[in-house]
Write a protein that binds this ligand. Structure first.
Ligand SMILES: [Zn+2]
Length: 463
């Protein structure tokens, strides 16, 4: 195993995670009551020192605000500056603060929707008074529109943009895995997943979030039970293949999935603008034959190796849009919009993190958007990508049987199967990425120890 990658697993629980920092910083800053306040009356010329955006590692030293050491505040006419410690300042524009007031007149406490009329805020609005209190930053707005706003310190730290102090959470909990995961793959039982208190569902979806996949053992080998299991997460996403699918190798749909042929590692729906988020499948029976092992590959793991060993190839896959189609049924002709397609590797435009792998070489359309000099580099890049995807280190092969379902994050995990003989009956479902993320977010609220998160207060970090 290469240095820098998570070796899996001695036991999954001991696998390294990127960093626990931001969770503790912003979830433990409960403010004790205190009478001490620091008052800053306008006008003031005390401008904060120009601090550069802090490197993320430095921000780890930022301690939660405690009452006997309230942040120092100062204003310069356009912004309010908050000194968290002697080195760390956050600056907030006046108009930004007024727009983000979350008192009940400005933000509906139930619907969590903005009520303040952003466009009635004078562009030159400035506080008449700012105050550092135990509860947070208190801002009084001038008498033409008299109003007082109170912003909790933890909320200001979380949402600090000048400089950004929080570590984005999207990739923090991802555990990249190789074929070694076979020793102890993430699994929940059917009873856990179906239990009414939702703790098992939380465990299940947390595994999916961390590993991009999870097995479910002890599932009754029926389409009904499997459909019910799928619906624990959210609406099943209906596609041209139906809603909940239950099929054999009879070419009932014009797609290789409905044959006995081997399928290389791929993600589904590369021909959709919005590929499905999760895919659950369950082999209900396999009679009169053999073969048909399931192949799982962590696309994020393989991408991390590609990035390290072949950065040029990585960049080609990150910037080249790939057209695709689903055209095996005369009644349907799917292409992503725009039809030039999307790159194999998509990144968060703000953080630059890898967020999605789209790869199905079988469904790729004509590559007619390449410049002459890009053709050979494109084929070189996908040749390297294919080689890494199909290496013994990447490929996790598992023989599924009735009773064990598997769910994969279709934006991260590639799946495939070996050829088989005989009759296989497979059932399963797609679940939209937004339904899955919404359910996971709700379960995190439900089992959070942070009151602002658990009660979905107007100061929840998600809003
Ligand atoms: Zn308000």
């Amino acid at each position: 195993m290469r240095a820098g990658y998570v070796s899996l697993p001695k036991s999954i629980g001991s696998a390294t995670r990127s960093t626990p920092f931001s969770r503790t910083l912003f979830r433990t800053s409960v403010l004790p009551q205190a009478s001490a306040t620091k008052l800053a009356r306008l006008p003031t010329s005390a401008a904060p020192p120009e601090s550069k955006a802090l490197p993320r590692s430095t921000s780890q030293s930022l301690a939660p605000v405690v009452s006997d050491d309230l942040p120092v505040i100062s204003t310069d006419g356009r912004k309010v500056a908050i000194g968290w410690d002697t080195r760390t300042w956050s600056r907030f524009h006046n108009v930004w603060l007024r727009d983000h007031c979350r008192c009940p007149q400005c933000f509906h406490p139930i619907t969590k929707q903005r009520l303040v009329n952003t466009f009635e805020i004078p562009s030159d609005i400035a506080p008449s008074e700012v105050e550092s209190t135990a509860e947070g930053l208190k801002v009084s707005w001038p008498s033409s529109q008299p109003h007082t706003s109170l912003y909790p310190w933890s909320w200001l730290q979380h949402n600090s943009y000048d400089p950004a102090l929080r570590q984005r959470e999207t990739q923090l909990d991802k555990i990249l895995w190789s074929s070694k995961i076979q020793a102890s793959p993430p699994t929940v039982t059917y009873e856990e997943a179906m239990a009414e208190d939702d703790r098992g569902l939380h465990k299940w979806l947390s595994h999916v979030d961390h590993f991009g996949m999870c097995f479910i053992s002890g599932v009754p080998a029926t389409p009904e039970a499997t459909e019910e299991l799928s619906q624990r997460i959210g609406f099943i996403r209906e596609t041209q293949y139906g809603k909940f699918w239950d099929f054999t190798s009879d070419l009932a749909k014009g797609d290789t999935a409905y044959t006995t042929l081997a399928l290389g590692a791929h993600t589904d729906n590369t021909y959709f603008t919005d590929p499905c988020g999760l895919q659950l499948f369950h082999l209900l029976s396999h009679t009169e034959g053999s073969g048909g092992s399931t192949l799982l590959v962590d696309g994020f793991y393989v991408a991390s190796i590609l990035k390290e060993l072949h950065p040029d190839a990585y960049n080609v896959l990150a910037r080249t849009p790939v057209p695709a189609h689903a055209a095996g049924e005369t009644s349907a002709l799917y292409q992503p919009f725009p039809s030039s397609g999307y790159p194999v590797l998509s990144h968060d435009p703000v953080t630059g993190e890898l967020i999605q792998v789209r790869w199905n070489n079988d469904d790729r359309s004509v590559m007619n958007n390449l410049n002459s000099h890009q053709v050979e580099e494109w084929y070189n890049a996908i040749r390297i990508w294919h080689k890494l995807l199909t290496s013994a280190d990447s490929e996790y092969w598992v023989q599924l049987g009735p009773g064990t379902a598997v769910i994969v994050d279709n934006h991260r995990i590639l799946h495939g199967r070996s050829a088989f003989t005989g009759k296989r009956r497979m059932c399963g479902a797609y679940i939209g990425v937004d339904e899955y993320r919404s359910k996971l977010a709700v379960l995190r609220e439900k089992f959070s120890s942070d009151n602002e998160v658990a009660d979905r207060s107007v100061w929840s970090p998600a809003l």
